[in-house]
Design a protein around this ligand. Structure first.
Ligand code: 5RP
Length: 273
């Protein structure tokens, strides 16, 4: 692997433990003003120093993230469909590699839609993006998108999608956690990280999901809603970090979450007294 590419990847997946906590805030590119991400700057600011990297679009990066803060950026460069449109798989590359270099990004990210109407275009785009990324030493994160069909999240489908992404040269793959997740990880020769998906009923559920994924071999998370849709996002990202980087158990992570939540509650009560 070329030095530049290896160095950029090391900003995302930390070489010390080969794991990473990526904070996903790219949802607006097809969901518009997602709940609790209506004002991206407000959502991102308290979490910035707690994420190993930040996944987002150029629009949110330029408008809502302080350029003086040295957080590694994973730039979403695909798009072109919306949640109210006909087909979420109808994406193309929308941001150039030249622009990514101008923004000093650590990786490029795009979605692939295996088994969807625009499967072919998304896979060819992935191959082309890897070609360009390799030319400039920029790694590519492939997101195995499932569109509205959340039931696609099983080991057979996700294993197929992740493996295909790696065969096209993706340096890192993001997918969903599922039963028998070790099969997905073991058949994908590049690091696999998990999205959290829609917010789960409780923070404990999200911590269990993170723990199960790490135990099955995931290299970390690219998590959004289960962090910033929590009423205690800072406590949540710290608890997730403990699982990813310190091998914390679910119980230990929950204790971290509860402790920080209680402090926050006490501070709020004191300031409104
Ligand atoms: C959407 C994405 C999101 O970044 C991804 O789904 C992660 O966020 P969440 O944890 O909220 O699911 O790539 O295509």
């Amino acid at each position: 692997m070329d030095w530049g590419l290896k160095n950029r990847l090391a900003r995302i997946i930390k070489p010390q433990d080969r794991r990473g906590v990526m904070l996903a805030v790219d949802h607006g590119y097809f969901l518009g003003p997602t709940e609790k991400l209506e004002e991206p700057r407000k959502t991102i600011a308290p979490l910035l120093s707690l994420a190993d990297s930040l996944m987002l679009t150029r629009g949110v990066l330029r408008t809502s993230v302080d350029a003086n803060f040295p957080v590694p950026v994973v730039l979403r460069v695909s798009g072109g469909a919306s949640i109210i449109g006909k087909d979420l798989s109808n994406e193309k590359i929308t941001t150039s590699v030249k622009e990514a270099i101008r923004l000093n990004v650590s990786a490029l990210a795009m979605s692939i839609f295996v088994g969807a109407p625009h499967e072919h275009e998304s896979l060819v785009s992935l191959g082309n993006l890897v070609n360009e990324g390799e030319e400039y030493g920029i790694p590519v994160l492939a997101v195995t998108a499932v569109g509205k069909e959340l039931e696609k999240r099983d080991a057979r489908y996700l294993g197929l999608a992740c493996r295909i992404a790696s065969e096209f040269g993706a340096h890192l793959v993001k997918t969903y956690y599922c039963e028998n997740f070790e099969k997905v990880v073991n058949s994908c020769p590049v690091p696999v990280i998990i999205a959290g998906g829609p917010k789960l009923a409780t923070e404990l559920d999200a911590l269990k999901l993170t723990h199960d994924a790490i135990e099955a071999g995931a290299a970390g998370v690219d998590m959004g809603r289960n962090i910033w849709q929590s009423d205690y996002p800072v406590a949540m990202i710290k608890a997730v970090r403990a699982i990813v980087h310190q091998n914390a158990t679910v119980k230990e992570a929950q204790e971290i979450f509860n402790k920080l939540k209680d402090v926050k509650k006490a501070v709020k009560a004191a300031s409104s007294a």
